[in-house]
Write a protein that binds this ligand. Sequence first.
Ligand SMILES: [Zn+2]
Length: 277
Amino acid sequence: MTGPVLDDHCHLDPGRGRGVAAVSEFARAGGTHLLVVNQPSWKLGVEPETGEDFRPVFEATVDVVGRSSEALPGRAWPVLGVHPTLISRLVDERGLAAEDAADLMRAGLDVAAEYAADGPAVALKSGRPHYEVPDAVWDASNAVLRHALSLAAETGVALQLHTESTDDLTEVAEWAADAGLPAERVVKHYAGGRCSGVTPSVIARKDELLDAVGSGEPFLMETDFLDDPDRPGAVLGPKTVPRRTEWLREQGHDEALRTAHVETPRRVYGIDTEAGL
Ligand SMILES: [Zn+2]
């Protein structure tokens, strides 16, 4: 036993993908804890009209998280929110005004926040498109992101962000401070080795991990495993974080691994990855 191994961001699709079987593979490779992010609503065939329409998406994640915990030496937790690229579907395919799309996405986040306030979610999920969008869509997306920061502050959880590729989110860190959320509780998902202003959840590739280790800053490790049978190999597989952890341990990076798997999860999410192992 070499201690906790947390994958900070993965998806599970028990209906179409591997579901808990992927979690068992993660555990056999040495993984102990998982943060499971809900699928984008459209992947479950949900075309939301109201915030309540997102609830089945969140319930599906809470359900698979419960079953995943039984397959782990540690446990899993849900991360719930509204995928930021939904705004393009709403505007481009359904013809909503950007501001109306933002209202709907805020309403979905309000429902997600119920699971953070008195439920199992340890973080909300929001962000903004990673591709070029019209100014109105960009501004509306940032307004949604700022609403998510406020909800995370109110409910006492962290916020995972899907954003453009960047190593500097200091502006978002200022917005977090304005909302009353410590910036270290804002996590850039699919990050490179460093990200100014917020906590990077580093994609578990060797170069990015060595950069994170070299930074001496808090960081997390993730695969963004999609569990999508239509896109096998599009992202890292479920064994990647345990294997890269082992690889870093062989090089003597024990302190950085404690940062990624124990200290940063505690500071960002308030979770104890050592309990019960
Ligand atoms: Zn993801």
